[in-house]
Design a protein around this ligand. Structure first.
Ligand SMILES: [Zn+2]
Length: 72
């Protein structure tokens, strides 16, 4: 599984944007300063430690008949 921390440019949708600097605020919120090398747009993005997603967004890869989701 690839842990992708990518954010497309909000201006030109260029995917390979760069993180200029990262700041970790209290509450574990990570703020990233991003820069688009394509249109040179700069913006901030925030990543929380946990992001809730819809059940329909989860895709299971079946590894065996015993594969089971157990909430911690
Ligand atoms: Zn851009």
């Amino acid at each position: 599984m690839v842990n992708k921390i990518q954010a497309a440019c909000p201006k030109c949708a260029y995917v390979r944007t760069r993180v200029v600097c990262t700041k970790r605020a209290k509450d574990g919120v990570t703020i990233r300063r991003r820069w688009c090398p394509d249109c040179e747009h700069r913006w901030y993005s925030i990543q929380y430690p946990e992001v809730a997603i819809e059940d329909s967004e989860v895709k299971w890869i079946k590894t065996g008949s015993t594969a089971k989701f157990v909430p911690s």
